[in-house]
Design a protein around this ligand. Sequence first.
Ligand code: NAP
Length: 281
Amino acid sequence: MEKVYGVIGNPISHSMSPAMLNDMFETYHIEARYHAFHVQTGQVKAAIEGIRGLGVYGINVTIPHKVEVIDYLDEVEEVAANIGAVNTIVNENGKLIGYNTDGNGFIRSLNRVISNEELRSANVLIVGAGGAARGIFISLAAMGVSKIDIVNRTIERAKGIIDDCRFEVESHPLSFKEAEASLSKYQVVVNTTSVGMHPNVDDTPLSVENLAPKTIVSDIIYNPFETKFLRDAAKYGAITQNGIGMFVYQGALAFEKWTGIFPDTDRMERLVTKLLGGRTC
Ligand code: NAP
């Protein structure tokens, strides 16, 4: 019988996950179908009970339900519990286990330009302190990255992430002025704010004049493909990457948790790039 997988969120119709993951189920000849489920606020508990009741094999969770679902799961993996958000649920014979593959998805995409060993000894700067920043900060700390600073407009949110982290890490919350002045000391800089996202494509979160050449600069935004932040950083000799990789790898890691197969991420990336290419927003 065809296995059922899917993603819950609100809104959800724009999600690229069904196209990306159905293509992977077909590629690996797995009899399964991945659907998008529009779950309204107030219906999350019922939706999770539905996973159990209907025998759905696995679910991705997206905005705004990533935090609330935790209350209805049987178990939450350590890093996801520390992040306080779940984006992947595995149904193991009726036992629902929550994971967060967003942060590790980011790390896997970063591994295209830096090894984990180099990353552990790098000085990392995270720009932003929202949900995505939290996942990335805690996943980096969990894998042993020892120095991670956070710069954010609302400094309390940066402090909150640092205080909540249960993994050993040296970290300072910074103002934009402080971060811009000390930019040359970082080997990896990642923008996790929504500044520069379509339609505000002329905005940038941070001036990059003080970047050291060959700094790895990542922006988790993928619409547009190249933000002003990445364009500016490239002018100063940075190695840049956009957010498509993070999106692809978070999906690939979820697929692996469900099937045991780590899928063809190059094929996934080609598909997502094609889907985004046809979009205006
Ligand atoms: P979020 O929780 O709402 O956080 C937004 C962040 O952006 C906060 O740090 C916020 O600062 C900052 N910000 C927003 N407007 C700003 C402005 N005008 N000036 C300065 N800072 C501003 O959002 P999120 O879920 O973390 O998502 C953030 C971005 O990551 C979005 O663009 C999203 O599309 C992208 N994303 C990509 C992936 C991927 O797979 N590539 C995954 C998740 C998210 P304050 O705290 O001061 O408000």
